[in-house]
Ligand binder design. Structure first.
Ligand code: GLU
Length: 441
């Protein structure tokens, strides 16, 4: 059965880059009727925070990316220890004692000599006595996985046929000196034991994938299908990594971005298919095909989310937003009318408040000097409220007859006097909503 997972580390809020990973894994699982696991990669006790676990769940919930079950790496440490023991028994795991400074020096020397900065495996030559001595001096070493130095190949769901020469990769450290199991091992054990069939993640993980394929094979697991999506860049191709903090899902949510707008964009951005606003998760699932995505960096512009949000809102019925409209204080009997007028004139739901303030309090009239007498006459002719959608037509017809004004010269000064603006929704719809007409007071 198709099983995917989204595996964030709870060390911060998730952002649009994480969302791309989450969404692709989610859509693959749902399209196949499979399982989508939320895996919390919390083997780092110092950096992992419970508040971020909660925040990740809230963000996914907000988007409707519901998981079938949650797994936590911190609850599986004995599984990782067991896998580490097996690697030791196989002779694929060795302890190394170099300090970060020593490793850095080695790397610099290699680079100076024009060689790739790959760990030289010096620790493999240590005798037991030497190891004991180093351990006594420096504490426990790190544990490295001994790669088979061959070409590692896989058919990537996005990158196509991919291969990495293991000789160009350092033997990965899987356990730190303080005993902390690192992501590479934990992830492999989980993917294998949880029956994960498809792994989609960012292209910054391509080298990890190569080493993980060997670790999975060593542990006797089945290698999942891997796909690596390109990383997001800013609109000009600039790096997004520093700005991702401001592109957290909660920031976008606070700015009024609608989930469907965000999901619709992310389900297509960087693919050969155009971005289309979808109205439901089912449509997103239906229209998703990972093989349509390309390897080139994907430009992301948060500004694109706002027209999509506006379009999405235009498609909503009153019932979809009735609660929010009640929250800003619109009386129930005006709610639906208010929504039908406002929805075509907002970018996000935050804009509703401005419209309601205008309707409730009335606008400061804008009246040009040459229109003052005309407006005074027109206001005398405007019946007392409440008004209905016929009021505007009947009133402006009467004003036209009385003053001889027509077209723009008739309508524009009236609009400005009533709303303080030269543009806006259909006045026949606006008039019944206006609770105060200051130009008439
Ligand atoms: N916790 C890892 C990360 O956030 C997961 C990567 C993976 O999907 O394997 O980068």
């Amino acid at each position: 059965m198709t099983t995917t997972r989204f595996a964030p580390s709870p060390t911060g809020y998730i952002h649009v880059g994480n969302l791309r990973t989450a969404l692709m894994n989610y859509l693959i699982a749902r399209k196949a009727g499979g399982t989508f696991i939320l895996r919390i990669d919390d083997t780092d006790p110092e950096r992992s925070k419970e508040e971020y676990v909660d925040a990740i769940k809230q963000d996914l919930d907000w988007l409707g990316l519901h998981w079938d079950r949650v797994e936590r790496q911190s609850a599986r440490l004995e599984r990782y220890a067991e896998a580490a023991d097996r690697l030791r028994e196989m002779g694929r795991f060795y302890e190394a004692f170099e300090t970060p400074t020593e490793l850095d020096l080695k790397r610099k020397k290699q680079l100076n000599m024009g060689k790739p900065p790959v760990y030289d495996r010096a620790a493999l030559n240590l005798s037991e006595a030497e190891k004991d001595k180093l351990r006594a001096e420096r504490g426990d070493g790190v544990w490295r996985f001994k790669l088979d130095q061959e070409r590692i190949e896989w058919t990537d769901g996005i990158l196509g046929d991919t291969s990495i020469d293991a000789a160009s990769v350092s033997d990965p450290v899987l356990i730190r000196g303080d005993g902390q199991v690192l992501y590479t091992l934990a992830s492999v054990v989980d993917d294998t034991e949880m029956g994960v069939t498809h792994v989609v993640r960012g292209s910054d993980h391509v080298t990890n994938t190569a080493t993980q394929i060997q670790i999975i094979a060593a542990l006797g697991g089945t290698v999942p299908s891997f796909a690596h999506h390109s990383l997001l860049t800013g609109p000009q191709g600039d790096s997004l990594s520093k700005r991702l903090g401001t592109l957290s899902l909660r920031d976008l949510r606070a700015q009024g971005v609608e989930p469907m707008a965000l999901l619709s964009l992310m389900a297509r951005l960087g693919s050969a298919d155009p971005v289309e606003l979808r109205s439901s998760m089912d449509e997103l699932i239906e229209g998703f095909d990972i093989s349509r995505f390309g390897a080139a960096p994907t430009k992301f512009d948060a500004a694109d989310l706002f027209p999509l949000t506006a379009h999405h809102l235009q498609s909503l019925d009153y019932a979809d937003v009735a609660d929010k409209i009640a929250d800003i204080g619109v009386p129930g009997d005006l709610g639906e009318r208010f929504w039908l007028v406002a929805r075509d004139n907002i970018t996000t739901l935050h804009d509703l408040e401005g419209w309601w303030t205008l309707f409730r309090d009335g606008a400061e009239p804008v009246i040009e000097d040459e229109d003052a007498a005309f407006i005074a006459q027109a206001m005398d002719m405007l019946p007392e409220g409440p008004h209905d959608t016929d009021t505007w037509g009947a009133w402006t017809t009467a004003v036209k007859e009385a003053t001889g004004r027509k077209g723009k010269a008739l309508f524009m000064p009236l609009r400005k006097a009533l709303t303080g603006q030269g543009h806006g929704p259909d006045m026949a719809q606006v008039l019944p909503l206006l609770q105060r007409i200051r130009a008439k007071e």
